[in-house]
Design a protein around this ligand. Structure first.
Ligand code: SAH
Length: 214
């Protein structure tokens, strides 16, 4: 991976843009400084890698807009050493951001090719999350409970397994809805029965699919 001063300069500009758009968490902005987004994209996109755009990553999937990644990460409010479950590894960029923040990350991807490519890229950057090929609706009970769970695809409903795998006090950040738009939602587990629900406006994600692909 080649990370030049030019790339670093482009990252700084992106961080200023994210700050202007309302991302204020310093640790999140620092993580964007550390992770080379161009590394997660096809080389033909390198020049646009630090613009606030989504790109195709193969298998009909996209890497989320940097703003969306930053916004979701900020909603998690995470601390170093916390255990985080991510649904939808995709390119692996968001996974790397969580690792850069010092979280212990478990991430699940349903497309085998994306899982393989993300695994190799993240390893080359020196991060050590636990990555799985599988169905995110089921979560990953063997690593539960989680301090936070982050869903990076549009969920038609809130999967019960994810709620069960969250610690009391933990947060589930999930874009809910089918079609073109989802409502960014944060659920906080008050106790085993009670949840606090907050919403943060419309976003657009690829759908969370039910069947595990090849
Ligand atoms: N966090 C990613 C976003 C990728 S888009 C990034 O930064 O690049 C969302 C991803 O969710 C896609 O790769 C898609 O294949 C995956 N996905 C969709 N349904 C899923 C499911 N049920 N379980 C796990 N991953 C799923």
């Amino acid at each position: 991976m080649i990370d030049t001063y030019r790339h670093k300069g482009m990252r700084r500009k992106l961080i200023e843009e994210l700050r202007a758009m309302g991302i204020s968490a310093i640790d999140v902005l620092d993580a964007f400084d550390q992770v080379p987004r161009h590394f997660f994209l096809d080389s033909s996109f390198t020049n646009q890698a630090y613009s606030n755009m989504a790109f195709q990553i193969g298998e009909g999937q996209t890497i989320s807009h940097p703003y969306t990644v930053a916004f979701q990460t900020q909603l998690l409010n995470l601390n170093k050493g916390q255990r985080i479950l991510e649904i939808g590894t995709g390119s692996g960029f968001q996974t790397a951001i969580l690792c850069a923040l010092g979280a212990r990350v478990v991430s699940i991807e349903r497309q085998r090719n994306l899982y393989i490519s993300a695994k190799s890229k993240i390893a080359q950057l020196g991060y050590v999350p636990n990555l799985f090929f599988g169905d995110g609706y089921k979560g990953k009970a063997s690593y539960a409970p989680y301090d936070s769970i982050l869903v990076t695809c549009g969920a038609p409903f809130i999967p019960e397994d994810l709620k069960n795998q969250l610690k009391v006090g933990g947060r589930l950040v999930i874009p809910i809805g089918e079609g073109d738009k989802q409502i960014m939602t944060r659920l906080t587990k008050i106790n085993e029965e009670e949840w606090k629900t907050e919403t943060f406006g419309d976003f657009s994600f690829v759908p969370m699919l039910t069947k595990t692909a090849k």
